[in-house]
Structures are given as C-alpha cells and as structure tokens.
Ligand binder design. Structure first.
Ligand SMILES: [Fe+2]
Length: 416
C-alpha cells in the first residue's frame, strides 16, 4: 500500500480531502512498507498557554477555528482546562493550569506560551516506540490505552528538543471528539439562560458571524535548537523516526549583516510532517534564534506554518481582526530581480505588496507566505501562513528579506 494513498482518520473526518491536501502541503509518493517508523500525519499541536479560557476565544473569533472538545474541573480534570479547536485538518489543544501545583503552570512560568507536544498519528504505537527506544529515544510515556464509551485510543510519547515531546497516537478505534476525558463542545453552543444546567458552563462559544475557515492544514512546525546541536537533532529524527533530510539552508543563504542561522528540514515519508530545525550561527550581533532561546529559556517550537488556499483573504481577515504581520520592505517588491526570480504568480505583485506577502519559486512551482509577529508577550512563537502552488520548499529566496524585517523588530525591542 502506498502511504500517500492513506489518509488519517482525522483527515477523513474533516475537509480537505487527500487531493486538496496534496496541493496544500506538497505531499509526495511514499511506500510505507519499508518505513521503520510509519507516520500517518499530524495528530494535534498541544499548547501550554497562560489563559486557555481566553486563548480558546482568540483562536475562535480571530483565527476562525471551531471548538470541538473540552476538559476541565467540570469534567473531572482538576489539574487544568483544555480546549480542542480545529480548522480543516489542523487541530490545536490549548491547556492552562487550574491547580496551582499543575506542571503546566511550571512550564508556562519558564517558557511562556509554547508548544508542549507535536502529536503525530501513527498506525502502530507499540512498533514505533520499540523502534525509537532501540535507537536511543527517551520514552516519556509508555504505550497504553485510554478508553471511554467512544472506544480506545493507544498513546505513547517520546522526548524531542527542549521540553517538547512527540505523542504517538493511534485513534483508529475511537469515535469521540478528541480523547477519553474530553467532552464535546461546539463553537455554536448557546446558553439557554439560567436553567441551572451546569454542564453548559465550561466551553467557550464562538459568537455568530465570525470568520469562516482561514487555513486548512498544518504545513510544517519549526524547532529552534541549541547552538552546535542542529546535526545531533537531525540525526535524532533520521535514526529514531526514520525521517529524511529534505533540504539544507546554511550560512550564506540565510545570513544577513547581523543575524545568521543554520537550518535543516526533516520529514516523514510522504512529506505530510515537515520539521525544519534551526540553530543560531555565529554572527556579529545576537541572531533571532538566540533571542528565541533566551526568552523561551531553551529549545522549542519557533513557528507553525498554516496552509491556506487563499492567502489574500486569510491575511485580509486576520489583519482586520487585529493580527499583526511582519512588515516587508517596499524594496523587496521594487527589486526587478523579484519578478525575474518568481515569474508569473496568481495575483499581481501589487496585491502582495500592499499586504506584505512574500513570494518564492523553486523548480517545482511557487509559494506565497507571510509571518505574524510573536503571538504572546515573549518574542518567541509565531505563525506563518503559506499558499503553495507546487513548490515543495520553504521560501529560501525570502530568507534574507524576512530576516532583515525580523531584525528591525528585534532592534525596536532592544534585543539586537
Ligand atoms: Fe516556515
């Protein structure tokens, strides 16, 4: 069976279909038979946030995500509140500590807003864990079953960079909204008044009239790792998870006057899960990766790229709702080299310029992309929105233009 012909249960239950997914995130053919660590796709991105109750509302009203499920004191979870949201095939789980002794609060105190778990859907949890353990991975959660009236989920977790983990999830025998312990909550939930129905007081409802779906899939999740340890982490993904190294950006490609980084990308067989990894490179001034490592207090997820089929609308709606994007210098669009480099794209360059959307082309096609400012108080995690037209890369031609824009922001914060 060809791996690219399989879709995860999550993909089957939600738009987009496999063909759309192939266009959105650039899938390639892959034979899973020879794969030592088969991965079907992303399961969820699990966040530690300072206020999950409010963050859930933000991701519904601003990012247009739908609320799916909830866990908290009202459902027997006295440690934290957790909200499960989705947009297309993207699933976020937002967790905020309730019990003062919750480990989530310790995590948040140290790192601020951040991703604690890049959960992956795998067809055989035990097989993956056995392989990972034999190749030296730290198993932070042994394989076990979670059960409720909706069925059984098999889960385990292995450690990756910093305090980040990869949960490995097989939900093929489960029909519930997320995991046992969670109850269904929808964005359309309306309270019917003071009926004393306490079961309805926990989920956050998205107000009517909010935006529709602004992104359909998770394209890649980028990690920042320690100086000098990039190759070690690339080797970890190669050895432990059978991921291949799909691209390398080093030195001159991404160095600007003050910043430099080294970046390599590892991916699973069909490229559904793409994990670029950065480390700071020696440069004249503090690089953006150094700034991240200082303020996150260690390695962690730097950005998530969300795939959209209409980046113009996505950016217009998000900006109207207050999301701030990095500025792109006008010089980027005036550069005659830009048009020569990218050729024909679906929207006039002027439309891109007014929104600050970047464009890049590789041998397979082109892509449009834009980056938000950090989403929390610390200069750490941010989002990218990406619209692919065949291109399988990450916008390497934009790296210099992008980093120059980031450095202007760093200078404004006094961190350059
Ligand atoms: Fe990216």
């Amino acid at each position: 069976m060809s791996g690219s012909e399989t879709s995860t249960s999550w993909q089957r239950s939600a738009e987009p279909d496999l063909d759309q997914m192939r266009r959105l995130v650039g899938l390639v053919e892959h034979d899973t038979a020879a794969d030592p660590f088969p991965v079907s796709g992303w399961d969820a991105v699990v966040w530690s946030v300072g206020n999950a109750t409010q963050a859930a509302l933000f991701y519904q009203t601003v990012f247009g995500m739908e609320l799916l499920a909830y866990s908290g004191p009202e459902t027997g979870n006295r440690d934290h509140k957790a909200y499960v949201l989705r947009s297309g095939a993207v699933r976020f789980v937002l967790k905020g500590g309730v019990d003062p002794a919750s480990p989530l609060l310790r995590h948040h105190r140290r790192h601020g807003e951040g991703v604690i778990d890049i959960a992956l859907e795998v067809p055989d949890v035990d097989h993956c864990v056995a392989h990972a353990r034999a190749r030296g991975a730290t198993v932070v959660e042994e394989p076990h079953d979670l059960r409720d009236e909706h069925g059984t989920v098999r889960v385990a977790a292995i450690a990756t960079y910093g305090e980040t983990r990869h949960s490995l999830v097989d939900r093929s025998r489960y029909t519930g909204p997320y995991l046992p312990g969670y109850v269904s909550r929808t964005s359309d939930t309306r309270r019917t008044g003071d009926t004393g129905d306490t079961g309805d007081t926990s989920g956050q409802a998205r107000p009517a009239g909010g935006p529709g779906r602004l992104f359909q899939a998770l394209d890649h999740v980028v990690g920042n790792v320690e100086l000098g340890r990039l190759d070690e982490w690339v080797a970890f993904y190669n050895r432990v998870m059978g991921f291949t190294t799909m691209a390398e950006f080093v030195g001159g490609d991404v160095a600007t006057r003050y910043s430099a980084l080294m970046s390599k990308v590892v991916t699973n067989g069909n490229h559904r899960v793409k994990l670029p990894l950065n480390e700071p490179a020696v440069s004249a001034r503090r690089s953006q990766i150094d700034e991240y490592l200082d303020f996150y207090d260690g390695p962690g997820v730097q950005h998530l790229a969300l795939a959209t089929s209409d980046i113009i609308t996505t950016v217009d709606v998000l900006r109207a709702r207050g999301v701030e994007f990095l500025d792109t210098p006008d010089a980027y669009y005036r550069d005659p080299g830009l048009r020569a480099r990218v050729g024909e794209v679906r929207v006039p360059v002027e439309e891109l310029r007014t929104r600050g959307i970047l464009v890049d082309r590789d041998e397979d096609g082109y892509l449009l992309q834009i980056f938000t400012r950090p989403i929390g108080d610390r200069p750490t995690v941010f989002f990218e929105f990406i619209e692919r037209h065949g291109a399988l890369g990450f916008g390497v031609g934009n790296f210099r233009a992008l980093f120059e824009a980031i450095e202007r922001e760093q200078a404004r914060r006094g961190n350059l």
